[in-house]
Design a protein around this ligand. Structure first.
Ligand code: DGT
Ligand code: CA
Ligand code: CA
Ligand code: ZN
Length: 582
């Protein structure tokens, strides 16, 4: 049921994306129609597979022709319109949309006028300076595109899939594979299980009585564009968005060895194999076994294998060959974050870019077991933000909800302020101080130089009302690069002012990044894990923030919402820190 909804959403989003390329216009009537249809579908909670075309048309945003496409998808698994668009705009073309500064209109012209059909073609016409000859383009546009390309190359992200795309894709594939008769376990491994930011390919390991039906199930899925390998031990496919999926099916008694092997990292595996060898054993994807005679020492669970090797189980996010094996041996692995009992960055439908009303957000927070919950809609400096009156009205609503909630959860009336190019913030200090909780973040002027970016962040930190900086780098993984910052100066200011740094769990952002978290690890900075949810279902994203913190070996002692409830609440309500507080 959830699956057909997801399939429909995928179809509508792909239709919107390909239509954009088709028409060379992101704002065309048709593109917007598909987008609003997706919005209509998203709000549905009934089983969409049961609805007739007529019933589908009653959903907001769904017209006759969209309803027909949905029925065709549900009945045949294929949609003629989409198949046609895919023919005309293959994955190599879609890949061009990942290049910053290259919109659908330009892509259309590059194809028509210069025959550009791939990123490599684009590289070639840039090198040959052919672009500047086109009307409306010039040497400047060539430089800009060359820069975007170089940045993608440097990040090694061309051809890699952002985790925000790979994770939901993997979850959906797993849900289907678990329904195949004979399957007892299905899990993703590889860099995705280690929670890397970008994923080369998605590695899936399944335990099942027989491999063939599992392989066949993957090959038959809607998301699959072509099959690279279909064998008894391994099947590899590529999705329409260009992500490779590797599937291995093993017997249940080999599951632990397979998961361990295919989770990697390669460096981690090599060290484990060396430990095995030193004991006269060999470790491969099937088992840990004796070299002489081949007797199996352990294979069914990862725990059993680590334990036989004299190690505590090592969380996948730590398996990067950066001292984790030595730490597991000595019993000094970093503690896991544990329960996250609060959220300090999330939006209600008061923000123009968010969906769920406050009541729904609060109910979902309660269900998660949150003890402190700061509602932080956008201030007016952001396009999606609202003015003073709306916030004052919301404050009354928060107080009323609090009265009804009693002591089970503490609601904070907060705000996400926008940091202007010179560090200026919304409203005035008195109004900002009227909030229980202020975070401040960058939403524009990404191009300022290092000195200016650092200055604006530090200025915002010095504001007596600001308690936390949101998504410090403002990056989008596989999209917008991080703003240029003097991180040491930022950490100095965070220490001096007592301003917390957010670990944003939104998958496209994951900001602070692991790299920056590692650099901040030994500073006296307080971190806060947040969901930055724009709808109730997204509150779960604090879990991703926790994974990122764990990946960076952050001590949970440094994470405010991993503390005991009383300590967290006292800290959250402590507004004493001003410019001079050390
Ligand atoms: P990716 O896909 O580039 O994001 O990174 P991984 O880590 O998922 O790498 P991948 O997909 O090539 O392989 C998955 C895991 O399987 C890898 O982390 C370790 C293991 N593995 C695969 N091939 C080899 C190999 O030739 N040697 C060793 N030692 N391990 C391998
Ligand atoms: Ca992989
Ligand atoms: Ca792989
Ligand atoms: Zn936000």
């Amino acid at each position: 049921m959830a699956d057909s909804k997801q399939d429909i959403l995928d179809m509508l989003r792909e239709l919107a994306e390909l239509t954009m390329l088709e028409e060379g216009d992101p704002q065309s009537f048709r593109v917007r129609a598909y987008e609003s249809a997706a919005q209509g579908i998203e709000s549905q909670s009934t089983d969409l597979a049961k609805l007739t075309a007529k019933e589908l048309e009653k959903i907001d945003g769904i017209g006759k022709s969209t309803a027909a496409k949905i029925r065709q998808l549900l009945e045949t698994g294929k949609v003629d319109k989409l198949e046609g668009l895919r023919q005309k705009h293959p994955p190599a073309i879609v890949a061009l949309t990942r290049i910053q500064g290259l919109g659908p209109k330009a892509i259309k012209r590059l194809r028509a006028e210069l025959g550009v059909q791939s990123v490599d073609d684009l590289r070639r016409v840039l090198a040959e300076h052919k672009l500047r000859e086109l009307k409306g383009f010039g040497p400047k546009s060539e430089d800009k595109l060359a820069e975007s390309l170089a940045r993608l190359d440097a990040q090694g992200q061309m051809g890699r899939t952002p985790v925000s795309v790979a994770l939901p894709l993997a979850e959906r594939i797993l849900a289907r594979l678990r329904d195949v008769p004979g399957v007892t376990h299905a899990a993703y491994c590889g860099s995705l299980r280690r929670f890397a930011e970008t994923i080369g390919d998605v590695d899936i390991v399944v335990a099942a009585a027989a491999a063939e039906p599992v392989m066949a199930s993957l090959v038959s899925m809607n998301v699959v564009e072509r099959v690279l390998v279909q064998g008894a031990a391994k099947t590899s496919v590529v999705t329409h968005r260009g992500t490779q999926i590797d599937l291995r099916v093993v017997a249940a008694h080999q599951l632990g060895a397979a998961q361990l092997y295919f989770t990697g990292s390669k460096g981690h595996n090599i060290k484990l194999r060396m430990r095995a060898l030193a004991r006269g054993w060999t470790l491969n994807e099937y088992a840990l076994s004796e070299i002489e005679g081949g007797k199996v020492v352990a294979s069914e669970t990862e725990e059993a294998i680590y334990s036989a090797l004299g190690l505590a189980w090592i969380a996948p996010v730590l398996r990067e060959d950066c001292g984790e094996i030595e730490a597991a041996e000595k019993g000094t692995l970093p503690k896991s974050v544990g329960a996250v009992i609060g959220d300090f960055h999330l939006h209600t439908s008061l923000s123009k870019d968010a969906k769920s009303p406050m009541e729904a957000m609060v109910a979902a927070a309660k269900a998660r077991g949150h003890r402190v919950f700061a509602i932080t809609d956008h201030a007016e400096g952001t396009l999606a933000g609202v003015g003073r009156d709306a916030f004052l009205e919301q404050r009354a609503q928060v107080r009323a909800l609090q009265a009804a909630l009693g002591d089970s959860m503490r609601l904070l009336h907060g705000v996400e302020l926008n940091i202007g190019p010179n560090g200026e913030l919304d409203y005035d200090l008195e109004f900002r101080r009227g909030f229980d909780w202020c975070l401040a973040s960058v939403h524009d002027h990404f191009e300022l130089d290092r000195a200016a970016q650092t200055r604006r962040i530090v200025t915002a930190m010095q504001d007596p009302a600001v308690r936390m900086i949101g998504h410090l780098s403002a990056r989008v993984i596989g999209g917008r690069p991080p703003i240029d910052l003097d991180l040491d100066a930022v950490f100095d200011a965070a220490e001096a002012t007592g301003t917390a740094l957010e670990v944003n769990g939104s998958l496209p952002r994951l900001d602070l990044s692991v790299e920056v978290l590692r650099r901040a690890r030994d500073r006296k900075v307080t971190f806060v894990l947040t969901s930055d949810a724009h709808e109730a279902g997204e509150l779960e994203r604090v879990r991703f923030a926790a994974l990122n913190a764990e990946r960076a070996w952050i001590d949970p002692e440094r994470i405010a919402n991993a503390w005991a409830p009383e300590r967290l609440l006292a800290w959250a309500l402590d507004k004493s820190r001003g410019t001079a507080v050390a």
